[in-house]
Design a protein. Sequence first.
Length: 144
Amino acid sequence: MAKAELKTTATEVRVADFLAAVPDPSRREEAAVIDALLRKVTGCEPKMWGPSIIGYGSYNYKYDSGREGTMCRAGFSPRKAELVIYAMGGPAESAEGEALLARLGKHKRGKGCLYFRKLADVDLAVLEQLFVISWQTMNARYPD
C-alpha cells in the first residue's frame, strides 16, 4: 500500500523563524528551553513538521492496516494553552519511566504525548531523563 497523504510532514519552514513568531514571550522562552534539551538529547538539528511541530530525527512506520508514513522521532509544539511533547511512549512502558513521570510535576498524558501548561510546573532534569528514555525507545523500535 502506498503512503497515505499525511498532514504532518517535514516542511522547509525554519525552526528559528517559527519560534521567533510565537506570540507569547514566555511561551517563546519555554520553547527555546525545550528545543535546547531535545537538541542535547537527540543530537539532531530540528525541522518543522506541519505548521506547528518542531521535530527531531525521523522514522518510517507501517501499521498492520498497511498504512505507512514518516514522522519525527521526537518533537514538541509550543501551543497557546499548553506545551505538547510528542513521542513519549517509551517512558510509560517501563517502571523507571513511570517513576520519572510520577516525579515530573504537573502534567497530563495522552497516547505518546505529554501536556503541561507551563515549563515551571515540571522538573527539567526529570523531563530530560524522559527525553532520553523516549529517544532510546524510538531508536530501538525503528532502527535506521
